[in-house]
Design a protein around this ligand. Structure first.
Ligand SMILES: [Zn+2]
Ligand SMILES: [Zn+2]
Length: 302
């Protein structure tokens, strides 16, 4: 029996999805090998010539794509914390796709499951039942996790054909970005602008899955182990205020107070001022004081 069909028919109270068997698919083997090769390619930083141009490319590539993950993949696609045009939505999807974290539908679907089952056996990447390294890296290779195309919880996004295209062809955008780096800086541009920068974005993002559920302070009782961590907030442009985020996941703002630096939120405010995005969801005074938001974006199905 097709395991995907079996899961679709599985009632919520049945055994956890994560314990159901799924064989590796061919493309997953390919992608895993490429993932390891990318890390080995880091050694090339000792071979290629370093220049200010390629270092700027690495930093710029990190900034743009970290922003695309947090403002686009996370706060827009996964949580719908603001509204925008169909064109800008596509820009966010394409930029996010260059970050080597799968497509926007896969990312949003996985992340909505993270919030829905936070720090339980059904959480795709929790350090609580499965340990730090599983949450940081292991889950990316785990054949027991739900199939990437199990996306019943992102029907609000998958109705757009252009998003489905980006989602199933995200490699095009990764390769295009690599060629851009080649055109700008040659071989050194690829090593610093593509390899170093992409892996930095990847691991910074994974630290939110792993470290932000282990290390930091807890302002709100959220029913999980999410933490606020200022260092992670700097590194990830605001995502480190993860306990705030689990408390009020649908708000565009994650640094709730002026001293909680949230670079992504500042840029979202700027884009709203420019009219590119609108209807930013803000935490109310009651939410800041501890009241949980009603309505759960993980339940969006249409
Ligand atoms: Zn979390
Ligand atoms: Zn989230």
């Amino acid at each position: 029996m097709n395991p995907r069909l079996r899961r679709t028919a599985t009632p919520p109270e049945s055994p956890p999805i994560l314990q159901q068997r799924r064989p590796y698919q061919v493309m997953e083997h390919v992608s895993n090998i490429l993932f390891v090769l990318m890390h080995l390619s880091l050694l090339l930083v000792f071979v290629v010539p370093v220049s200010w141009k390629v270092l700027a490319l690495a930093v710029g590539g990190y900034a743009v794509r970290m922003w695309a993950v947090t403002a686009g993949y996370h706060r827009y696609f996964a949580h719908r914390s603001y509204k925008t045009s169909r064109a800008f939505q596509l820009v966010l999807a394409m930029l996010g796709a260059t970050s080597m974290q799968n497509g926007p539908l896969w990312w949003a679907s996985t992340h909505r499951r993270h919030h829905k089952y936070s720090d339980t056996a059904r959480d795709p990447h929790s350090p609580v039942p499965r340990g730090f390294w599983y949450a940081h890296l292991g889950w990316n290779f785990d054949r027991w996790r739900p199939a990437p195309d199990e996306r019943s919880n992102v029907r609000d996004l998958s109705r757009y054909p252009e998003l489905r295209f980006v989602d199933s062809h995200e490699w095009i955008f990764i390769v295009a970005y690599a060629f851009l780096c080649l055109a700008i800086g040659g071989a050194a541009g690829v090593v610093w602008g593509f390899v170093v920068s992409t892996l930095a974005v990847f691991h910074a993002t994974m630290l939110i899955n792993s470290l932000a559920h282990v290390w930091g302070s807890r302002r709100y009782t959220t029913g999980d182990e999410s933490r606020n961590n200022g260092l992670l907030a700097i590194l990830t442009f605001g995502e480190g205020w993860h306990n705030n985020h689990h408390h009020a996941m649908n708000t565009a703002r994650q640094g709730f107070f002026w001293w909680e630096i949230d670079l992504t939120y500042y840029t979202l405010r700027l884009l709203a001022w420019l009219g590119v995005i609108w209807s930013l969801r803000e935490p109310t005074a009651a939410v800041l004081a501890g009241q949980r938001l009603s309505g759960d974006v993980t339940e969006i199905t249409s």
